[in-house]
Design a protein around this ligand. Structure first.
Ligand code: ADP
Length: 493
């Protein structure tokens, strides 16, 4: 844990609070030794006969073995989804579909503690985040789209209400359950059926969700879950009877998928990487801005595509802001994700830890100045100390590449125009943050920032009614809100 040691500073008084460990119980979760694929409403053995391990990244302990789906399994899952689309789900009245979505939302809310613990065990994120963010938001997405299911004709007048068919969905490991909700809720609300592949390091919440859909009485085949790595995902993308692909993950894989689907007639939406500018003007309320910055980059260990990973600070407040930020970093608590006090949990996988470590070494080699608070990391598991870089120039790789970890690159600017110029100097275009007390400046900036989402005087705020997505190398299509239905309706994206 990073100690919250007292630091002498002329104007800022540290709290000096002591924390007592408060570890969430895992008794509420029961994890099977093996998980098969979930096809046509039931566990189904993989044709490959292969299973892979999923581990707790905070302890390196094996949690379970999960089926590796191959081509034949993808075929079975797509057939099941097609049958449900042509039958029970596709033919169901829209108001009946809405009831299923409401039921799923309610069950997720009722069982949120169980799902939150599972999410933390499998992914390494702090329990306070899975408990207070991932699960409430997952349930809220189903509630929100349940409301649209029988009102589709009002969503986009003139567009019609026809669904597309069988949807293949591929999700990453940073918000496993929330990504299930973001993908499945609008797809079902529009009347489609789904084959979803969770990420190989975090399959457990999607498999638990599959069982929840059965308890909710969802017709078999409406939601199918196939587990495996990128090869299983590629089989799903290429299956000829998949009408639409929705992918969230790295820009690299997103580009490959777009390449493969070009000319196929399949619909595609991509939610990819980001390198978001987080801009602090000299009139910003600094103490609040510090909380926004910390939330922007250290939320979920920085495993967030919209993380505010490039901090742009107006030169006149740079020193004052840095003093406060360094002090704040000293009070971040890094460690056991199940401890309710923990702010920064475990890095999701050894591969991701390697990537973060490599980019941080490159940052140092390129001449940027690194700051890390004193921090004792647990001996087992995958960990990275919250890190700041100053003296960063725009040509540094840590200023342009997505690190996807708890690492913030800090630069300065003098004028609003310079802030815009620097902010937009990236191939990405997912999100941005602006801190200033002037409303007119917020609007001026938002007009000019190349980002799908701009937060003002806050960061990482989400609502099911609000669309999220990017452009340029951050992808295309929107999730959330009325716009999130478009990719799942004939005539939409
Ligand atoms: P990350 O680098 O963040 O792990 P990836 O883009 O590699 O992101 O992974 C996101 C999801 O895409 C995961 O579910 C992964 O298994 C899947 N995936 C990886 N490669 C491919 C591929 N070539 N085709 C389809 N899905 C893939």
């Amino acid at each position: 844990m990073c100690p919250s040691e007292p630091v002498k500073h002329p104007e800022i008084v540290p709290t000096g609070l002591d924390y007592v460990t408060s570890v969430e119980s895992t008794e509420v979760v029961s994890i099977q030794e093996n998980y098969d694929l979930w096809i046509d409403g039931a566990p189904t053995k993989p044709s490959t006969n292969r299973y892979f391990q999923t581990v707790n990244p905070a302890t390196e302990e094996a949690l379970s073995r999960v089926a590796e789906g191959g081509r034949k399994d993808v075929q079975k899952a797509v057939e099941a989804a097609r049958k449900a689309y042509n039958g029970a789900w596709g033919k169901m009245q829209k108001s009946e579909r809405a009831k299923y979505l409401y039921r799923i939302a309610r069950m997720l809310a009722e069982r949120s503690r169980e799902f939150a613990v599972l999410e933390t065990l499998d992914g390494g994120k702090p329990i306070k985040e899975s408990r207070d963010f991932d699960l409430p938001m997952s349930s809220a997405h189903f509630f929100y789209y349940a409301g649209w299911a029988d009102k589709l004709e009002y969503a986009f007048p003139g567009l019609g209400t026809d669904s597309i068919g069988v949807v293949g969905q591929i999700i990453p490991w940073n918000f496993p359950m929330l990504m299930v909700a973001w993908k499945v809720a609008p797809a079902l609300a529009a009347g489609n059926t789904v084959v979803l592949k969770p990420a190989e390091t975090t399959p457990l919440s999607a498999l638990a969700f599959a069982r929840l859909t059965a308890e909710a009485g969802l017709p078999p085949g409406t939601v199918n879950i196939i587990t495996g790595d990128g090869r299983t995902g590629a089989e799903l993308v290429e299956h000829p009877d998949v009408d639409k692909v929705a992918f969230t993950g790295s820009t690299e894989v997103g580009k490959q998928i777009q390449h493969r689907l070009a000319g196929s007639g399949k619909r595609l939406t991509l939610e990819l990487g980001g390198k978001a500018p987080h801009i602090i003007f000299d009139d910003a309320p600094l103490d609040q801005a510090i909380e926004g910055i910390v939330n922007g980059i250290f939320f979920n260990q920085g495993h967030v595509c919209c993380a505010g990973s490039r901090l742009l600070v107006q030169e006149s407040v740079f020193d004052a802001l840095m003093d406060r930020l360094k002090l704040r970093l000293r009070s971040l608590r890094v460690g056991d994700p199940l401890d309710k006090n923990t702010d920064v949990g475990a890095i999701n996988s050894p591969a991701q830890l390697d990537k973060i470590t490599r980019l941080v070494e490159i940052g140092q080699a390129e001449g940027a100045t690194m700051y890390q608070p004193p921090c004792e990391l647990p001996e087992r598991g995958y960990w990275f100390t919250p890190t700041l870089f100053t003296g960063v120039s725009q040509s540094h790789r840590i200023a342009s590449e997505e690190i996807f970890g708890p690492v913030l690159s800090i630069m300065t600017f003098r004028t609003p125009a310079e802030a815009v110029e620097k902010a937009n100097n990236t191939p990405y275009g997912l999100s941005a943050g602006v801190w200033t007390t002037k409303g007119s400046r917020i609007l001026w900036m938002a007009d000019r920032l190349a980002a799908g989402v701009v937060w003002a005087n806050t960061y990482n705020k989400f609502d099911p009614g609000s669309p999220f997505g990017g452009y340029r190398e951050s992808g295309f299509g929107r999730e959330g809100g009325r716009h999130g239905l478009l990719p799942y309706l004939e005539g939409g994206w």
